[in-house]
Design a protein. Sequence first.
Lengths: 179, 264
Amino acid sequence: MNQPDELILEMQQGSEKAFAQLYEMYSRAIYSVIHVILRDNDLTEEVLQDVFIKVWKNANSYSIEKGRFYTWLLNIARNTAIDKTRSKSFKNANKNLSTDNFVYVIGGHNDLNQKTDAIGIQKFVDKLKPLCIKLLDLLYFKGYTQSETAEELETPLGTIKTRARNCIKDLRKLTLQEV
Amino acid sequence: MKKIEEIIESGTLELYVTGALSQREAMEVEDILEEYPDVKKEVEKIEATLMNLSYDKSFTIPDSVWEGVLNSIKGVRKLNVPKKTTKLPMMTGWAAAIVFLLGIFWMLKENNTLENQVQVTSTQNAILKGKVTTTEEALASSQELLDIIRSKDYREVNLPGNVAVSPESYAKVYYNDDEKIAYIDARGLPTPPSGKVYQVWSLIMDPLTPRSVGLLDNYESTDNKVFKLENIPDPEAFGITLEPEGGSESPTLTQLYTLGMVSP
């Protein structure tokens, strides 16, 4: 999407109004990323709140010249959510949980996910190739680097980019139809 | 243009958006984005696709999340506004600098004014001190006069006005026999016309022998109109006449203003 640079600058200068608009634009996507990691609505809301508090406090560590705002948000969200998985409250809530990727969660293979389809991922999942699902899980939801992804998938480093390209291309077709 | 297509098709942009590129590679992408708007558009599309993955009109995040954010950011943020991304802080800085300079100039000017005022004030002070001194001196001399008048060594001689010449006039003489000093209080005399001066005479009545004892010089400029005269010969009476400037050998009796007998 078109990055709202003006709003970001205003937020960096302390505008709560601009910050509220940015929250409107990005919170849902960030919510879904957190939810895929934590698989719990309450915890996700808690972490989402933490993420946006961090965004406000560290707003000036983001620079428009140094990357996408959304990518910056993603990093904060994934790190905060992963930190949460190490917490006691998460471990207690997910004692029997063992999942490999977001499809597993969304696919209804555990008891906690009755509301997960609400975040809207499921409707695309069935139509994506398994490798694509795996790629999205690692790259997008888990924040793996290129080489980490290659290692995880036991594929040559050079093929990751091409596969990511094709995967997101497919996804794009699906989401454009939907939206 | 081939380069652009190559980049778009390579999959680098997808990894760029998910944050999977190394820092070096990401920076390379940044450079390309700045140069080629088409590549930037592609990045925006990829980003939108990923964000749409969670798109669902029916799903809303509870308001309590945003409320929680708002509550905890109130007054928390310290504003470290980045240098590159905005010109406002720089302008504010310059504005502050200008205001500061203007302030300094204003203070210098104010300082100057104050220094001038100090000078004026100290001049006024000096003048006032002078006045005080003068007043103190006047007071001292008044005190001295008062002491003399009250002293038992001085006799008071009243010199009533000569009815024929100036009935309103009067004078007083305070006379010390031993020291032959007389103080003439001439306040009751009219200011002498220019070119004229009062002359004080000591008189012996039989035979009538007038002897000059002095002139009341600078009558107008002497504030208290008290004049000290010395070497007074033994007088039986004092008279004051109006004489031409410089005084006369013998009194002009037609201009005798006051005359008074010394009581024995």
